[in-house]
Design a protein around this ligand. Structure first.
Ligand SMILES: C[S@@+](CC[C@H](N)C(=O)[O-])C[C@H]1O[C@@H](n2cnc3c(N)ncnc32)[C@H](O)[C@@H]1O
Length: 241
């Protein structure tokens, strides 16, 4: 549907009628040929911003998929990089793609809401996955992230400014979320993916509630909106030292 190597419309429909975990297992072999993989422009901009804040030692890519964020971590972490995801299929692709990377890169199958780590990381990143969490799940998720960070460590992720209500993108995302809500009302298992549920103001409040101090950095590579606000920012939520 997206490119000759990408999934067909039928494959996407089957994926969307599965659970999130099973859906990504099915999509995994073709995932890198879809727009769902975080684009290199975003990964590079986050890597540059993190490089200015680093260096870091041990990094975790939360909901790593095929490893887009883990590659960013290999550029800014000196000791180890871990990718965690609950889809065995996505992890298999990540493992295969990075076979030559050596032991400093490891892949762990786990649910982000029940991370099986102690305070082992000084940097946690996540790309393109927050739509899979309901707003009521964020307090638990952020508490777990707080728990896997070392004192002084930070959780960083990019956020794109929401589209204006009169733009095409706004109506497309609204339409997508509406279709997902209908789908989840009539079909089991649910496939949680809502673009408009992750709002910066609410997210900031939840991060602070979990004990993280929040800073926002504009990613200059993406420029400004007409009102002067950044198109893309990086949120950095830091555990107290
Ligand atoms: C859109 S993909 C993003 C993958 C990658 N971070 C990227 O930017 O290309 C979302 C990923 O989140 C994972 N995921 C969703 N919910 C999860 C959860 N509760 N625990 C672990 N992984 C989860 C999915 O399996 C999938 O690999």
């Amino acid at each position: 549907m997206f490119s000759p190597e990408g999934p067909s419309l039928r494959e996407l429909a089957v994926q969307a009628l599965s659970s999130v975990e099973r859906g990504y297992d099915l999509l995994a072999p073709k995932f890198d040929h879809t727009p769902f993989r975080t684009p290199d422009s975003v990964l590079d901009a986050v890597a540059s911003a993190l490089r200015r804040m680093g260096p870091f030692e041990d990094g975790l890519d939360l909901c790593c998929g095929t490893g887009a964020g883990a590659e960013v971590l290999t550029r800014v972490c000196r000791s180890s990089v871990t990718g965690v995801d609950f889809s065995a299929g996505m992890l298999a692709v990540a493992r295969e793609r990075t076979r030559s990377a050596g032991p400093r890169l490891s892949w762990v199958r786990a649910d982000a809401r029940a991370l099986p780590f102690g305070p082992a990381f000084d940097l946690v990143v996540s790309f393109g996955a927050f739509g899979h969490f309901l707003p009521r799940e964020l307090p638990g998720l952020f508490s777990r992230i707080h728990a896997v960070l070392r004192p002084g460590g930070c959780f960083a992720f990019p956020v794109v400014a929401p589209p204006r209500p009169w733009s095409r993108a706004y109506w497309m995302l609204l339409g997508f979320d509406a279709v997902m809500r209908v789908r989840n009302a009539v079909w089991r298992p649910p496939f949680v993916m809502y673009y408009r549920a992750f709002r910066l103001g609410d997210v900031r409040r939840e991060l602070e509630w979990a004990g993280l101090r929040v800073e926002l950095y504009a990613l200059p590579e993406f420029g400004l909106r007409r009102d002067g606000s950044p198109r893309v920012r990086m949120v950095v939520a830091r555990r107290a030292a």
